[in-house]
Design a protein around this ligand. Structure first.
Ligand SMILES: [Zn+2]
Length: 466
């Protein structure tokens, strides 16, 4: 990309025009044919028709004919390391699946985690994800700098990223689900989490890396770690993330162990609030949803994973009606082997129509909002990303909709949500191209395919007792 002469040293502008645009702003403003001007890492202007005349320092003009431009997709729940344990325990429910896979997961090391992060990030970025997150909670003793490896992979790919530094300290001997050798101590988990926040969290407007405090789940974490984790996050000014209300078995576990349902247990440990988002939230009654709405607690809806593990259907229409912030999540790829988020727009819409609200459950524009602005809300970044508005960060995607898969569908948003996963012609993160014509620009996809296969095979070869 040739930049023109620029006496003020400002970054060259990128002008995109002749495209349909869905801004996903508060009014769902759309343009049948419009433009976006990117200056540096921000959107400078956006509107109908052609870009303003006389713009200086234009480094690149993109003819968006045959494309829909949307905000970049925001993923709100994932476990990158699972990229190298896909396709296993394929016919299990959550608890059986976890028990089958914990012994394998507990043997991961830094090269495995780096490769898995590259595979997970690459697959999402190719499909229009501009902000990724990883809830990583398996830190075997002596396994190296896993958080650093994950963050490094995101930086290399060029995507915006939140690491939810997870932890587990409730193993089988304490009534939990993970084996004893797969967990950290309470003190060790808290100290390592604090160190990760201090080393990597960036609170600035255009931060590329943020860190959240993220004990894994009620059945793998002590009450003390939940409480002290919440206190740590609030002392450090970062967000809180965990799994919640995923299955009927978890609900039963909470009642037996704590005498409370999951949401009441979270309330008792300081885990409701506008700085908290929780994955799944499938088994919620009316008062649980009301508690989430009242406190501003967010939800990462993971429709494919919930279907894969037969967990149930989250009540997304009821959550949205109550005012709960809801984003979409791939979840770990050991329970959603495709690892793509653009297909989750479609799956969220279809799966919710199987629930109580039937065909009125979600429409195409609501599904797009879940995957963009809703995701930004639950990651605490709605002021910076998630919609296309002047002054916000330039994270956007050009979806090709004039090909065989989409050209006969008149409405562009219907085409990308109801239709096949649309090809990505260009995605920008922080004003920088990350994908062009469906290929990742900053990494070698074929090398990632090889290294992820090799690391998956190496993990599979390590004997279970080692
Ligand atoms: Zn998960």
């Amino acid at each position: 990309m040739a930049a023109s002469a620029n006496p003020e040293g400002a970054a060259a502008r990128i002008v995109i025009e002749n495209c349909a645009i869905a801004t996903v702003d508060a009014n769902d403003t759309e343009y049948a044919s419009g433009y976006v001007v990117v200056a540096g890492n921000k959107i400078e202007s956006i509107g109908a028709g052609k870009a303003p005349e006389g713009l200086e320092n234009v480094g690149r003009r993109v003819d968006g004919t045959g494309h829909l431009v949307t905000p970049g997709l925001v993923n709100t729940h994932h476990h990158f390391y699972q990229w190298i344990t896909r396709g296993l325990a394929t016919d299990h429910n959550l608890f059986n699946w976890l028990v089958a896979l914990y012994p394998t997961w507990a043997r991961i090391d830094e090269p495995m985690v780096r490769a898995a992060a590259q595979g997970s990030l690459g697959m999402m970025a190719r499909g229009g994800v501009t902000t990724a997150m990883d809830h990583h909670y398996v830190y075997p003793k002596g396994s190296g700098d896993l958080s650093g490896a994950i963050i490094g992979a995101a930086r290399e790919m060029g995507v915006r990223f939140t690491l939810a530094r997870g932890s587990m300290d409730r193993s089988e001997k304490d009534g939990g689900l993970p084996p004893d050798f797969a967990v950290e101590t309470l003190e060790g988990a808290l100290a390592a989490t604090e160190e990760t926040v201090k080393k990597h969290h960036d609170a600035s407007f255009d931060a590329m890396t943020q860190v959240a405090v993220a004990p894994c789940s009620p059945f793998s974490v002590s009450t003390e770690l939940m409480k002290q984790g919440a206190e740590l996050a609030r002392r450090l000014g970062v967000r809180l993330h965990t799994h919640g209300s995923e299955t009927v078995e978890e609900e039963k576990f909470c009642h037996e162990l704590f005498g409370l349902g999951p949401t009441d247990y979270f309330a008792s440990t300081g885990w409701l609030g506008e700085d908290v988002w929780m994955a799944h939230c499938v088994h919620m009654n009316d008062s649980d949803i009301e508690a989430f709405a009242r406190t501003g607690t967010g939800v990462a809806h993971c429709p494919s994973s919930n279907a894969r593990l037969a967990a149930g259907i989250a009540r997304v229409p009821d959550m949205l009606a109550a005012g709960v912030p809801v984003g979409l999540g791939v979840d770990g790829t050991a329970s959603n082997e495709s690892g793509e988020l653009h297909t989750e727009l479609r799956n969220a819409l279809l799966i919710n129509r199987l629930g109580a609200h039937k065909e009125a459950a979600l429409n195409a524009r609501q599904a797009l909002r879940l995957g963009t602005y809703g995701g930004a809300q639950v990651l605490g970044r709605a002021g910076q990303i998630g919609s296309l508005e002047a002054g916000k960060l330039a994270d956007l995607v050009l979806w090709k909709i004039d090909g065989i898969g989409h050209s006969s569908i008149a409405d562009p948003v219907t085409a990308i949500v109801f239709g096949a996963a649309a090809p990505v012609t260009l995605s920008l993160v922080n004003g920088e191209p990350v994908v062009e014509n469906g290929r990742l620009l900053h990494v070698d996809e074929d090398a990632i395919a090889r290294v992820t296969r090799d690391e998956a095979q190496r993990l599979a070869r390590i004997p279970a007792e080692s």
